[in-house]
Design a protein around this ligand. Structure first.
Ligand code: FES
Ligand SMILES: [Fe+2]
Length: 400
């Protein structure tokens, strides 16, 4: 351990303690997270089936950035900053929609082609000649993996999505997610907590037995988490064909068809594939979904996700999917409450930090990943907000 790190107040049982409480309400840390945790890492934007036709788009606001994902005239899915090159207005105002053959900025009417190039300014003779490329929409890094559209706002430490996700490619590939279709569009919900409180709860199954009666009934005895390694983690469970104390679980198990489209070991599996820093792709035999969280402020988080189904689904699959959705909906409401209770304690002088079980290594290893990106999170006492970025840079250089 080098001197700078040793001199800081780092408790020696830090791995059980988790991140110090100040990390959950520091504005200066949030600014560092926005850049190094969010903009510099791949983010799931949507699924290709959310954009079935030319001109279909999805827009999302993330950590001060605005993204626009669009299918162009040739069928290519493209990503841009949702920023007009004239005065920075949003080019599209809605989260999801369709434009005909061009994007028309609602402010002064500059028009962009679906490939992002500028078609023309309004009153063009009031400008010098405008280069169509130079004044085109600014592209985002975009990669499609098993049907999911990933974007990145800034270059970062991760290689391509294909490389990052390779350990999951074979297993998740069994679900033919590329061919799936949306069940209801991208959903969003706000929650009054720090984004890390959401991830902390989601990263461990130690709480399932106590806090999620339906999940415990469904698959509690088989559930296990794997730790975050290289930015990925996986949680696996198979549902118990004899369970059924809860209405939704009893009916799910009774109705779920034998998933012969999957290999035997996946036919009853509910699997959660975690992707650092903030996303999960989850499968059941009937569905695939993604969910993620983005900070709106230190104390408010945007939850976002989408659920997809097989294009040709049987009535049984459809009914099972509905029941799985009900189980998930109850689980999510339970988790939201847990995140609130956990997050509230972070501002209490009495709270001394987590004391994590060996079963909560999902939380511990996620925190390790965060500390690797932002070593200032190793500091036990809240550093001065004004010098946070400088201290982090110093620690980064020292631990490199
Ligand atoms: S800001 Fe878009 S046309 Fe003026
Ligand atoms: Fe949970």
């Amino acid at each position: 351990m080098n001197e700078i790190v040793r001199d800081l107040a780092i408790p020696n049982d830090w791995d059980r303690r988790g991140l110090p409480g100040w990390c959950y309400h520091s504005d200066a840390l949030l600014e560092l997270e926005k850049q190094h945790v969010f903009r510099e890492h791949w983010q799931i934007a949507c699924h290709v089936s959310d954009l079935p036709d030319a001109g279909d788009y999805i827009a999302m606001d993330v950590v001060g950035e605005r993204a626009l994902i669009l299918r162009d005239q040739d069928g290519t899915v493209r990503g841009f900053h949702n920023i007009c090159r004239h005065r920075g207005s949003r080019v599209v105002a809605d989260d999801q929609g369709t434009c005909r053959s061009a994007l028309v900025c609602p402010f002064h009417g500059w028009v962009y082609n679906l490939d992002g190039t500028l078609r023309g300014a309004a009153r063009p003779r009031s400008f010098p000649p405008l280069d169509k490329q130079e004044f085109g929409l600014i592209p985002l890094d975009l990669e499609i993996w098993l049907g999911f559209v990933f974007i990145r706002f800034a270059p970062g430490p991760q290689p391509s999505v294909e490389e990052v996700m390779r350990p999951f490619a074979d297993e998740l590939g069994e679900y033919r997610t590329t061919d799936m279709v949306p069940t209801g569009g991208v959903w969003t919900q706000k929650s009054p907590v720090n984004w890390k409180s959401v991830r902390d709860v989601d990263n461990e199954g130690y709480h399932v037995a106590m806090a999620h009666p339906a999940l415990q009934d469904l698959y509690g005895s088989s559930y296990y988490d794997e730790p975050f390694v290289g930015g990925l983690c996986r949680s696996f469970a198979t549902y118990n064909p004899h369970a059924g104390r809860r209405w939704s679980v009893r009916n799910y198990i009774a109705i779920a068809p034998d998933a012969v489209h999957l290999p035997a070991h996946l036919r009853k599996a509910w699997i959660y594939y975690g992707l650092f820093p903030n996303a999960v792709i989850a499968v059941t035999p009937e569905t695939v979904q993604f969910y993620q969280e983005f900070p709106l402020s230190t104390g408010e988080t945007l939850l976002r996700g989408g659920i997809y189904r097989y294009r040709e689904e049987t009535r049984q699959q459809r009914a099972a999917r509905y029941l799985a959705f009900r189980i998930d909906r109850d689980t999510q409401a339970e988790d939201v409450q847990l995140t609130i209770w956990s997050n509230e304690s972070m501002t209490s002088k009495a709270f001394g930090g987590f004391y994590l079980s060996d079963l909560e290594y999902g939380v511990r290893t996620h925190h390790d990943h965060l500390r690797a990106v932002l070593p200032v999170m190793n500091v036990g006492e809240a550093p001065d907000e004004a010098t946070m970025a400088g201290l982090n840079a110093q620690l980064r250089a020292a631990t490199a």
